[in-house]
Design a protein. Structure first.
Length: 94
């Protein structure tokens, strides 16, 4: 079964480029497609789609990547059964 997930993370600064790079790399390794960017509300926004087992592993990876010492690292996770048809994994940095 396939699904799509949208994750919003609070508590990340725009200069945390390395985290976005590792998120993109992990998504590509798992065969997921979508995007990772800082949105207009200054939240780290991730949306990926693919096989359910890959989505589950990806969500665990993102959750594990948070810094426990920051109380402001809050997640919002939404799961969807329909795809948007992403063709690759993109992010807002080169």
């Amino acid at each position: 079964m396939a699904k799509r997930v949208r994750i919003l993370c609070n508590g990340y600064a725009n200069n945390e480029i390395s985290l976005r790079f590792f998120i993109k790399q992990k998504a590509q390794t798992l065969g997921l497609k979508g995007y990772c960017r800082i949105n207009e509300n200054n939240l780290l926004e991730i949306e990926v789609e693919g096989k359910e087992i890959s989505i589950d592993e990806f969500v665990r990876f993102v959750q594990k990547g948070t810094r426990d010492e920051k109380a402001s690292n809050l997640f919002s996770i939404e799961m969807f059964d329909h795809f948007k048809g992403y063709e690759k994994m993109e992010m807002d940095i080169v």
